[in-house]
Design a protein around this ligand. Structure first.
Ligand SMILES: Nc1ncnc2c1ncn2[C@@H]1O[C@H](COP(=O)(O)OP(=O)(O)OP(=O)(O)O)[C@@H](O)[C@H]1O
Ligand SMILES: [Mg+2]
Length: 254
């Protein structure tokens, strides 16, 4: 569903945010993208959805080259950004209609689809209010609904659990599972190791722009099995060399 080959991206400041990245997300799988702050997850995601252009390399979505046929690739994709920039003056329903217009969703289809999703996320009442009055979680939910109206095969989400209450977070995980059951793929970044462990068919760990581990959680854990049973969190800390500054922690605890 998604294939990245040798993709790199540097920013003007000289930072190489993504460094010759190869990545493959298969049809019908939930793929979790993990990595410390500044590792290059958002930069990768923004390239995958066509917001940023790679300096080098190739991105394919559903077999379509993103650089050659961006519209076809983008129609297959639903995207939830890390911080959804919504228009505060629009009401929720105006925003959803706008998204449906952009993706050419029929009136009939948008009505049934929006109604179901609004109910699922308990947003039916709030949908007539301006987005400016929404809480952080409500903004997240209306953006999530907007990303699904055109029934994308490929659902890309940047830290989607951020700001969601436990119920909404549960609903989102169920929606992700349903999405892949229907043959779609999910590619999402997260810092929540328990979510990755329980939800993902495969995970990839990125550090300093490079993919340093990829596979099922079991496979990644097995890499470290000689050192005894490790949780994904322990493996993550190990492979990203996030050594705990014990001296500093000890001095803080005093
Ligand atoms: N617009 C920008 N201009 C310059 N440098 C940037 C820009 N956006 C990101 N970077 C740099 O690129 C690197 C990767 O950032 P990115 O946002 O992709 O990381 P991330 O993995 O999403 O991190 P986080 O977990 O904190 O969201 C970092 O070093 C960051 O400082
Ligand atoms: Mg990010």
């Amino acid at each position: 569903m998604l294939k990245l080959s040798g993709v790199s991206k540097s920013y003007g400041s000289g930072v190489k945010a993504v460094d010759k990245l190869d990545l493959h997300v298969r049809p019908g799988e939930i793929f979790g993208f993990l990595g410390p702050n500044g590792a290059g997850k958002t930069t990768t995601i923004k390239m995958v959805v066509g917001i940023l252009r790679p300096d080098e390399g190739r991105i394919e979505i559903g077999g379509v080259d993103l650089a050659q046929d961006p519209m076809r690739a983008k129609f297959m994709t639903g995207y939830l950004p890390d911080e959804a920039e919504l228009w505060d003056k629009l009401t929720g329903i105006e925003y959803l209609n706008f998204m449906a217009d952009v993706y050419g969703v029929s009136l009939e289809d948008r009505r049934t689809r929006a109604m179901t999703l609004l109910e699922t996320f308990e947003m039916t009442k709030a949908v007539s209010d301006p987005i400016g009055s929404y809480s952080r979680g409500m903004r997240q939910k209306i953006a999530l609904i907007g990303s699904l109206l055109h029934r994308p095969k490929f659902w890309v989400l940047d830290e989607p659990m951020m700001g969601l209450d436990p119920r909404s977070s549960f609903v989102l995980k169920e929606l992700m599972r349903a999405h892949v059951r229907e043959g779609g793929s999910v590619f999402f970044s997260t810092h929540v190791m328990e979510v990755a462990e329980r939800l993902c068919d495969r995970v990839g760990i990125i550090n300093k722009g490079k993919l340093i581990a990829v596979g099922t959680v079991e496979e990644i854990r097995a890499l470290f099995s000689q050192e005894g049973d490790k949780t994904l969190e322990e493996v993550f800390l190990k492979v990203t060399e996030a050594k705990l500054p014990e001296d500093q922690l000890a001095s803080l605890a005093k």
